[in-house]
Ligand binder design. Structure first.
Ligand code: GLU
Length: 509
């Protein structure tokens, strides 16, 4: 066991980072911070065919936005670098050679066509071909070919791969911190390729070598890697590193909002929520994917929501800051079963965190929308409106639709509301409202007293009809905050002018 806690997030730069990957990074981060350990960002880019330019930058930008920080990594360096596997290329060959020398691996010269033919042949017998202890003896590899032939093939530049040689009929045990003990027989496992004909290691070899050299103590990663764990355990043994082998924790899948299966971009597109942290345009296909950041999600909300997808603090508390999460996190409370993504919950978290955003900051976020509508207003006024209305929104993008009447007078009046509220005699009531507003001090209590108590209540008028008609005149519909607060906010002149316009436009019915 390694004494120091060192964890890594090891994405492959194959596209935008799925939020399942973000959750993996987050759990690693929480674990490292809680234990006073180190958090490392390693880029696993050994598969050149899947490399996507810009993906690495995207990953770093997304995690930085969310406040997931690293102590060592591809972007900040550190004592165990380089942290990008393509820059470590020469190193892996040495380790492949060690396994070959010690009889834990072998050269395989089978061409793609030969392998394909074997696969097809098995298919006709309704079997699945696996390169393993039962088939390796009938393939073209260094176990079946004479040594001088192997040498000749290698010297003449014949393409080959290096495969791991699983021992026959051996029980392999993986102790997983979440799933407990998982046992698998080596007969079921195929001799995975460790080193490819392009001179690059595969994920399996590079991952184990790097985890070892970077002194990783805990491997916390997605469940999709659980089937690879027996191979990884065997690799540690084959290298003689079992004493410092990291502990494994395989996280549950993130499931679609409904039905079975992993949360995918298609679910997001269909149900209107992002499955990526930031917007992304695929450099090859031009395909666009939307991100939480650009949709107006706050990083704190995304972190809180993701933390609870597969983990709980042991009680029913929901709102937790990054610091709370660092204190409360525990691998013991990670669930074994998949965590279902909940769009409503994501919105709810954003709504809650938006309430904590200062009115001034919200006003700043609102500014582009105001500009787009050609509205100029003082920052203080915009902040006041935001303060009054933020309770009603979950995203800054909803501000204009919710608050536009604070900035522009209505240009029409909801016909259904006119029908329901604007009863005969309403223009007279509205004229009276104007008179009252002009005659009393323009402040809350005075308006309330004169309008509600002395005019409406004392005369036995219908308060609902009059106040809703007043709202209709000022807003154009019957939504909005407390009517007197609304009038005080937009001001006396503006209120009176709107009421006057409604009298002229709607008229007597
Ligand atoms: N490169 C792998 C990935 O993309 C890392 C898996 C692991 O953490 O071992 O998810």
């Amino acid at each position: 066991m390694n004494n120091e806690i060192r964890v890594r997030f090891a994405p492959s730069p194959t596209g935008p980072l799925h939020i399942g990957g973000v959750r993996t990074a987050l759990y690693n981060y929480l674990f490292a911070r809680q234990k006073g350990g180190k958090m490392i960002l390693r880029i696993e880019d050994t598969d050149q065919t899947r490399f996507v330019p810009g993906a690495e930058q995207y990953i770093i930008e997304a995690l930085t936005w969310l406040g997931i920080e690293f102590d060592e990594g591809v972007h900040i360096g550190g004592p165990y670098g380089p942290y990008r596997q393509s820059e470590r290329k020469p190193l892996y060959r040495e380790y492949a050679d060690q396994l070959l020398r010690d009889g834990h691996a072998y050269y395989a010269f089978d061409t793609p066509e030969e392998l394909d033919a074997r696969r097809k042949e098995c298919e006709t017998r309704k079997e699945v071909f696996q390169y393993d202890c039962t088939t390796r003896t009938s393939m073209r590899n260094s176990l079946t070919l004479p040594a001088d032939e192997v040498k000749r093939l290698i010297d003449s530049g014949t393409p080959y791969v290096v495969r791991f040689m699983f021992p026959d009929d051996t029980e392999i045990t993986v102790d997983d911190l979440i799933r407990g003990r998982v046992t698998m027989n080596s007969r079921l496992l195929d001799d995975k390729v460790l080193f490819k004909s392009d001179g690059m290691p595969t994920y399996h070899l590079a991952n184990i070598v790097d985890d070892h050299l970077m002194k990783i103590s805990h491997v916390i990663r997605g469940e999709e890697w659980l089937p690879s764990a027996p191979l990884h355990v065997m690799l540690y043994k084959a290298f003689g590193w079992q004493d410092t082998m990291p502990q494994f924790a395989h996280l549950p899948l993130l499931l679609k909002p409904e039905g079975n299966g992993k949360l995918s971009k298609r679910d997001g597109d269909r149900l209107g929520f992002p499955v990526f942290p930031l917007d992304w345009t695929d450099p090859k296909t031009g395909e666009q994917s939307s991100g939480y950041r650009e949709r107006g999600y706050l990083p704190e909300a995304v972190v809180n929501m993701l933390a609870l997808l597969g983990w709980n603090p042991g009680d029913d508390r929901e709102m937790m800051s990054m610091n709370d999460l660092i204190q409360l996190f525990s691998i013991d409370h990670i669930s074994k079963s998949g965590a279902r993504f909940n769009v409503e919950k994501a919105r709810w978290f954003n709504h809650e965190y938006l309430q904590k955003v200062s009115d001034t900051e919200l006003a700043r976020l609102f500014e582009p929308q105001l500009q787009a509508h050609g509205v100029g207003a003082s920052p203080d006024y915009v902040a006041t409106v935001c303060g009054l209305m933020k309770e009603r929104i979950s995203f800054p993008s909803e501000l204009w639709d919710t608050c536009h009447y604070f900035f522009v007078a209505p240009d029409s009046y909801d016909p259904a509301a006119i029908k329901k509220r604007w009863k005969p005699g309403m223009t007279t009531h509205m004229q009276k409202v104007i008179d009252i507003l002009q005659s009393v001090p323009f402040e809350h209590d005075a308006i309330h007293h004169a309008l509600i108590d002395e005019y409406i209540t004392a005369n036995g008028y219908n308060i609902g009809q009059i106040m809703n008609s007043l709202r209709l005149a000022v807003v154009g519909t019957t939504v909005g905050p407390d009517m007197i607060t609304l009038m005080l906010t937009i001001g006396k002149e503006e209120t009176i002018s709107r009421v006057r316009r409604a009298i002229d436009t709607i008229g007597e019915v």
